[in-house]
Design a protein around this ligand. Sequence first.
Ligand code: PFF
Length: 449
Amino acid sequence: MQHRDGFTSSIGVTLATLGSAVGLGNIWKFPYMTGMNGGASFLLVYILCTFLVGLPVMISEILIGRHVKANAITCYKSLSPKGQPWFLIGVAGVVSAFLIMAFYTEVAGWVFAYIFKSIGLLFVGNGKVDGGAMFTTLVSDPVQSLFWQWFVLIFVGGIIMLGVSKGIEGTVKRLMPILFVLLIIIGVRSMTLPGASKGLEFLFTPDFSKIDFTVVLMAMGLAFFKLSIGMGTMTTYGSYYRDDQNVPLTTLRVMLADLTVSMLAGIAVFPAVFAFGFEPGAGPSLLFITIPSVFDSMPMGGVFQVLFFVLTAVAATGAMLSLLEVPVAFAIESMGWSRAKGTVVTVVLLGLFGAPAALSSSLTADVTFFGLNFFDLYDFLSSNVLMPAGGLCICLFAGWIWGKAAIRKAMSNHGALNTDAISSMFTMLVRFVTPVLILVVLLKGLKIF
Ligand code: PFF
């Protein structure tokens, strides 16, 4: 049998999984969604969703992926009883990966553009940055929008072509630690701005009256998006896991580290938002407008701004590698294509599919579906519909089809670890608790009943 590429070290496994989880979701989406949905109360619901929904789905996916060692579609197909369409979980996953990449590459494109613009500002002008003007100019120009999206697609495609251990693991392992350090420095600066305490209050003092089912739907969607679950990414990554990796412990570590990055991003953004009188509910532009203001107020701010966006780009890259790997792994294994061909075809398709999202503040701004432009539609459909629905099916599949004995065996690495108590609790969760929670939130949040 041909040797299948995979992650080589235990720390590499953890960092690659973390590399998929940490991304624009922490630095861009988490702050703006928290800002739009009432601050601390949203954070609380989000944390609950992460534990009760996110962790069980993530563990299920990784165990299933590692057991079958194949792409997401093959994994569910090979474990399902004859004639049952569970492989559709994998198909929906490939669709979700496309939808997410279509808008994710646009936001990542803004980040890359900000790196170059910030470098430019170090040399020309008075060093003053107007984040608002910079952002508006960027998104309303169709040529710039498309250029940066393609730039990102080609960049990520290039790394994916190198393969799993050299490309993904090698890149992420080197760059993740730097991200933490920089976020801490920026967080400290933001917290020491005059008037910053209001931001911390917003982030940490909950107002329970702000919670309704729509808020819970958003928080649950964020939990799925954050942990890259419900869509085959973690199943695919699970297939590269080492057989001696402790899966529940690894997922818990990844989840906590991911939450820490989000909190650090919140601490970097909200004190600054309040200190400079910005609106916390500004939406997707929040990061791109406020962060430059924080840097503007710092000595050597220009240099820090470059570093910050470089590291955001790094985080986004780790996440995009995992997104792109889902369709590419499928193309390689199911269509028999080479890695290079699978990558090129996927990148071209993504470019076509992503263009309407990239142009949604310019040429396609007036095209809306249920009031959402392409960018928002791709985001809503993936995070709030497909990923939760995928997560629901994955739990049911793990709990009822794959079954208790198989879970117990896989979780304990065939008896090498003592995970009996955890696997009993886990089976209960994926059979009953998590699916019911997802279903209620989906139906109520989407106003189906
Ligand atoms: N978890 C990534 C983030 O928070 O930025 C986004 C993501 C990556 C979602 C991979 C889904 C995925 F499969």
